[in-house]
Design a binder for this molecule. Structure first.
Ligand code: HSE
Length: 427
């Protein structure tokens, strides 16, 4: 029985757990693959002090030499970022290695080119760990739901921001303190801007839209808003409206399949909605398909061990393919629908406004909204800081109509502050 050799690029939060579980689960991995699998080398940026559980003789700072060895069957890429990951993966393909990656930014940006290179060299590229940590999502979309037609994917795909918003909602925690905690627990990216500004979730949304609709959505086509503007006052407003604020990713396909849309933004979610119950760094994704109806995928979406679980699942799959002399499913993009702009998206919204203590303020707000085609479903008024705080829930309107209404509201003399957050989960 031949031994399959694995090279790993990166040995941080995820890589060290991959090494640990490869050792701990060695017998099961051998049985499931049908051959032993051994770690042949681990490339790190700086040698540094010994890493617990990582044999020192395997560690090298020469990643390029490692992927060029020629006796490597599978390269696990857990360094993240576009460079040097892209070049190393291309070199690995050229030397006959399949690749397992957790790199959402790279796959979202370069998935097409990487899949083409893998196919040209007759090897696999798998990346279940790139979206939603331990939660199986890409394989179910690509394989289990291959006979169905998915029309919507809606979920929480960033653990760090969910952790922060959950801490703010449940414990009144301060934003920066919650971010520090998420970073120390190994949930946040090397630069947490990627998490809190929504870049990480946008990359995942682009990948999800591709798998769900058999197409390619570029990451710059994903509308993106992060959570940095969410304040304790917004969280309180959400509570008062019986909602929680979550950062959501939404991918939708039009009924005739000619348009798709992908977006990431904070949303008000009614507290009885399944996504409202997603706590800490967990992720949850609802998939709606013609025949299956609504499916929910839920579990730990960030952190070393959960992400390692997804990496090792892919490792087993690509090792089995190697032994069988085959490759698994490749690029999923066979459709070319147009990507519709955010301005066309129709939704309901929660508006919170601070107004001066003027009897005419309320009427002016309602008039401006009406003039822009945004109709009011409910409106509550509470005294706040010498004026009033208005909480407005709207009926369905396009994003373009809402944006125009917000601009007009901001010009009103009696309006001091306007915030708007989409509402999800209601018709
Ligand atoms: N920083 C990411 C998150 C890690 O918080 O979800 C998992 O992709």
């Amino acid at each position: 029985m031949r031994t399959l050799r694995v090279a790993m690029l990166g040995c941080g939060t995820v890589g060290s757990e991959v090494a640990r579980y490869m050792k701990r689960h060695a017998d099961d991995l051998t049985a499931r693959i049908g051959a032993p699998v051994e770690m042949a080398g681990i490339a790190v940026r700086r040698a540094g002090p010994p890493r617990p559980g990582v044999p020192g003789h395997l560690v090298t700072t020469d990643a390029d030499a490692l992927v060029r060895r020629g006796d490597i069957d599978v390269v696990i890429e857990v360094i993240g970022g576009t460079d040097p990951a892209r070049g190393l993966i291309m070199t690995a393909f050229a030397h006959g290695a399949s690749v397992v990656s957790a790199n959402k930014a790279l796959i979202a940006a370069e998935g097409g080119a990487l899949h083409a290179a893998a196919a040209a060299h007759g090897v696999d590229l798998y990346y279940e760990a790139a979206v939603a940590g331990a939660v199986p999502l890409l394989r179910p979309l690509r394989e289990s739901l291959a006979g169905d037609r998915v029309h919507r994917v809606l979920g929480i795909v960033n653990g760090t921001t969910n952790f922060i918003l959950d801490r703010m909602h449940s414990f009144g925690a301060d934003y920066s303190q919650a971010l520090k905690e998420a970073t120390s627990l190994g949930y946040a990216e090397a630069d947490p801007t990627a998490d809190v500004e929504g870049y990480d979730a946008a990359a995942k949304a682009a990948i999800l839209a591709g798998f769900a609709f058999g197409t390619r959505v570029r990451v710059d086509e994903v509308h993106r808003e992060g959570i940095t503007a969410i304040t304790a006052a917004d969280v309180d407003d959400a509570k008062a409206a019986g909602c929680v604020i979550k950062l959501v990713a939404v991918c939708e396909r039009s009924a005739d399949g000619s348009f798709v849309n992908a977006r990431v933004h904070p949303a008000m979610i009614p507290s009885d909605h399944p996504l409202a119950a997603v706590r800490g760094a967990c992720n949850a994704v609802l998939v709606e398909a013609d025949a299956a109806g609504q499916l929910m995928f839920y579990g730990p979406g960030a952190g070393g061990a959960p992400t390692a679980s997804a990496v090792l699942g892919d490792l087993v799959a690509v090792c089995r393919n190697k032994l069988a002399g085959v490759t698994g499913p490749g690029d999923t993009a066979y459709n070319r629908p147009a990507v519709s702009p955010m301005t066309d998206v129709v939704g309901r919204y929660h508006l919170s406004l601070d107004t001066a203590d003027q009897p005419s303020a309320l009427a002016e707000v309602a008039t401006v909204l009406g003039r822009h085609g945004v109709s009011v479903a409910t409106l509550t008024r509470r005294p706040r800081e010498g004026g009033f705080s208005l909480a407005v829930s709207t009926h369905r309107a396009t994003d373009a109509a809402l944006s125009a209404a917000l601009c007009a509201l901001r010009t009103l003399d009696h309006v001091r502050r306007v915030r708007s957050i989409p509402r999800l989960g209601e018709t």
